[in-house]
Design a protein around this ligand. Structure first.
Ligand code: SAM
Ligand code: ZN
Length: 330
């Protein structure tokens, strides 16, 4: 954690400023220390360079955090392909949009998009995740002066209303009340600030909802993560072969229409085995996954009073959305 993070951080309970007592530093990073709220005097530790606000998580949220903590510390590496994938998830936002902005990320995982937002020229990127994935995110973005990785709950983001742009990729459908999480992020935007979100769609995912969801909810999300990882590897073998031998060769031809779930499987057909395996694991590990209809997702933007809204179907199985807080509102 850098001292400059204090300009963005706030007590998740009373939203007052925080003061830091430093116990260990490494260059500009405060590696160990204690944050104390100037309002309610609550204290939050800084551990291994990351301020930790997620002390009292329990129940399904704790299971979710454990699942993704395992996933992103196991599959912690960054890859070049993440750049285009990120831009596809946040379209119509382009790299230039980030220049000079204070950016909030809800659910950063291993920090693959945190690193990109910083590279695109954001003035500051504050990335929150509930799980131990923050350790991977911290390691992946260490040395970037404009990045602050924080462990916390995006339903109570431990930050001020200080952001020009917020984004959340593949996270809101995994929390018990997705719209509430969305609103918590919108609430941290300054007037005129913008938000992007990407969520699973209900449209195009009937087979997942009817076949995969019952198995995930009853069996796979309860398996020891190392066992599920092996199972995911086994499932990925036929998936990988199909994407390489069928989906990729037929991409761009009329014959592609005979292939099931074609837009998405063609999209991932360039991915290496390990990436596909992490995707399979990701789909089987989460205790909660909502598959949202366009009206539900669009309703979040409408009820939050956002303007300039763009909602688009992505790979025929998910929704990406963009909206802006009207200037002079809040
Ligand atoms: C599918 S991962 C996506 C991570 C990242 N956005 C990416 O695309 O690489 C979902 C992430 O949301 C995080 N998460 C789940 N519930 C959360 C919450 N209440 N607050 C913050 N993060 C949360 C998980 O720990 C996990 O890292
Ligand atoms: Zn407080």
């Amino acid at each position: 954690m850098k001292e400059s993070a204090l300009g963005f951080l706030a007590c998740p309970e009373c939203r007052s400023d925080l003061m830091v007592d430093v116990q260990a530093r490494d260059g500009t990073e405060i590696m160990e220390g204690t944050l104390t709220c100037a309002g309610c005097s609550r204290q939050f530790p800084v551990v291994r360079g990351v301020p930790r606000f997620a002390g009292q998580v329990s129940g399904v949220e704790a299971r979710t955090a454990e699942a993704f903590g395992y996933e992103w510390t196991r599959y912690a590496e960054l890859a070049d392909r993440y750049r285009q994938q990120f831009l596809d998830w946040i379209r119509p936002v382009k790299p230039e949009f980030f220049a000079g902005k204070a950016v909030l990320e809800g659910g950063c995982g291993k920090g693959r998009h945190t690193a990109l937002a910083a590279e695109f020229g954001a003035r500051a990127v504050v990335s929150i995740d509930l799980s131990d994935a923050v350790d991977a995110a911290f390691a992946n973005t260490r040395g970037r002066d404009n990045v602050h990785v924080v462990q916390g709950d995006l339903n109570h983001p431990p930050v001020k209303r200080a952001f020009d742009y917020a984004f959340s990729i593949g996270v809101l459908h995994h929390i018990p009340e997705p719209e509430r999480g969305f609103r918590a992020l919108v609430d941290r935007l300054k007037p005129g600030g913008a938000i992007s979100a990407w969520v699973y769609g209900r449209e195009g995912n009937g087979w997942i909802v009817h076949l995969v969801t019952p198995m995930r909810e009853r069996v796979t999300s309860y398996l020891p993560h190392s066992v599920l990882d092996v199972l995911s590897g086994a499932i990925t073998v036929p998936l990988f072969l199909a994407t390489k031998l069928l989906y990729r060769p037929l991409r761009g031809t009329a014959l592609r229409r005979i292939l099931p779930y074609e837009p998405y499987l063609s999209y991932i057909s360039d991915f290496p085995f390990r990436e596909q395996r992490s995707i399979v694991f990701d789909h089987l590990v989460a205790p909660i996954a909502f598959y949202l209809r366009r009206e539900e997702f669009g309703g979040w933007f409408q009820r939050a009073g956002l303007g300039d809204v763009v909602i688009e179907h992505h790979n025929a199985n998910s929704w990406r959305g963009f909206g802006r807080v009207p200037a002079g509102v809040q």
